[in-house]
Design a protein around this ligand. Structure first.
Ligand code: PIT
Length: 319
C-alpha cells in the first residue's frame, strides 16, 4: 500500500517507551531509535479502521512538508494491519496548558505563538495544503524551554488542493473552530484555517470561546458561527489592546475573501509584536484554566463533527 514504507518490524529499529496520546483510529507512543538513542513519537494507525484514501492523503502531505513549525515525519513502517508514522517528538505540551503554567503571560507571548502558527499556515497554503482542523489540541511546544518553537500536529484532516481549486464540504473540523462557509456547505479554501486561527487567538486573549454561550449546544454554536455573532465583552477585553482586537476582527469575517490571509496577518503590527502589550494577563489565565478544564472534561464528544443530519438542519435554518 505504501511503496516507500519500511516493511520490517518497527520494533527491530525502535524500542517502544510510554504512551503519549490516543485518538479514535490511532495511538501515539514514544519510541527510542535503538542505534542513535534518539526519541520519536510514533503514530500507529490500524489500517482496517480507516479508509485507504484518507490514510494515503495524510502520509502524502506529511512526506511533502518541512517547516520549523510543523511536526516532521522521519520514517514510515508498514505491517499487515498497522501503519507506523515515525514523527518528531515534542515534549513541551499543548499551547493552552503552557499558558496557564508559565509565570507571566502577556500579549507579547500570545503574539509570538500566533506568529509561528501563521508562518506554518502560510507555508501550508503556499504548498496547496489546508489543515482544516486547527485547534488548541494540535498546537504543541517543541520542548519545555522558554525559547521553544510551536509545532502544528495532526494532518489527519488536511487536504491538498491545486491552485484556485475549492473544496465542497466534507464533514470536518471541530465545532467551535469550523468556518461558516464549511457549515453552509459552500465551496471553501485555505481561508477556513484563518477563521480557526482567529477563534484560537480570541480564546488566547479573551479566555472564552467567541461562539459558545452558557447554553452551548453544538446547534447554538453553529447558528452563531454562520451569523458571525460574537463580541468583545468589555468585562474581559478592557485590558487588551485595540490592535489585538483589530487583527482578530479581521480574521473572524464571514466572507472568506474579505478575511485576512496568513501573509496579511503576518504583516499586521500586532502579530509582529509592535502593538502587543507585555503586561501579565492574570484574569485571562484564570479564564483559560477554566476553559482547559471544560475542554478536557468534554473529551470525546468535543471531537470531529460526525453528525451530517445536524449540519443539514443548520443549512436549512440559514436558507
Ligand atoms: C508528538 C507528541 C505527541 C503527539 C504527536 C507528536 C503527534 C503528531 C502528529 C500526528 C498526526 C500528524 C502529524 C503529527 O498527521 O504527543 O511528538 O496525526
Amino acid at each position: 500500500m505504501f511503496a516507500y514504507a519500511q516493511k520490517e518490524s518497527i520494533e527491530k529499529r525502535y524500542k517502544p517507551l510510554g504512551q503519549l496520546g490516543s485518538g479514535a483510529t490511532a495511538v501515539v507512543k514514544k519510541y527510542q531509535h535503538r542505534e542513535t538513542g534518539k526519541d520519536y513519537a510514533v503514530k500507529t494507525i490500524n489500517k482496517k479502521e480507516i479508509q485507504e484514501k484518507i490514510l494515503k492523503r495524510e502520509v502524502d502531505i506529511l512526506l511533502h512538508l518541512s517547516h520549523d513549525n510543523i511536526i516532521k515525519m522521519h520514517d514510515i513502517y508498514e505491517g499487515t494491519n498497522h501503519l507506523h508514522l515515525v514523527l518528531e517528538l515534542v515534549t513541551g505540551g499543548e499551547l493552552f496548558d503552557r499558558i496557564v503554567k508559565v509565570g507571566t503571560y502577556s500579549e507579547v507571548v500570545a503574539a509570538k505563538a500566533i506568529q509561528q502558527i501563521l508562518q506554518a499556515v502560510q507555508y501550508l497554503h503556499g504548498n496547496g495544503i489546508i489543515h482544516r482542523d486547527l485547534k488548541p489540541e494540535n498546537l504543541l511546544y517543541a520542548h519545555p524551554g522558554d525559547d521553544s518553537a510551536i509545532k502544528i500536529a495532526d494532518f489527519g484532516m488536511s487536504r491538498m488542493l491545486k491552485p484556485d481549486q475549492v473544496e465542497m464540504m466534507t464533514c470536518c473540523g471541530t465545532p467551535g473552530y469550523v468556518a461558516p462557509e464549511v457549515l453552509l456547505g459552500k465551496m471553501y479554501d485555505g481561508q477556513v484555517d484563518l477563521w480557526a486561527v482567529g477563534v484560537i487567538l480570541f480564546i488566547m486573549l479573551g479566555g472564552y470561546e467567541p461562539f459558545a454561550g452558557d447554553d452551548s449546544s453544538d446547534a447554538k454554536i453553529y447558528q452563531r458561527i454562520i451569523k458571525c455573532e460574537y463580541k468583545f465583552d468589555e468585562d474581559y477585553w478592557k485590558d487588551i489592546t485595540l490592535s489585538a482586537r483589530d487583527v482578530i476582527a479581521k480574521m473572524l469575517v464571514l466572507e472568506p475573501k474579505s478575511r485576512l490571509t496568513a501573509g496579511q496577518c503576518l504583516d499586521h503590527p500586532w502579530v509582529k509584536g509592535l502593538g502587543a502589550k507585555d503586561e501579565h494577563l492574570e484574569k485571562c489565565v484564570t479564564k483559560i484554566r477554566e476553559f482547559n478544564a471544560r475542554r478536557k472534561l468534554k473529551g470525546g464528544i468535543y471531537g470531529v463533527i460526525g453528525a451530517n443530519a445536524m449540519l443539514q438542519a443548520i443549512r436549512k435554518l440559514a436558507q
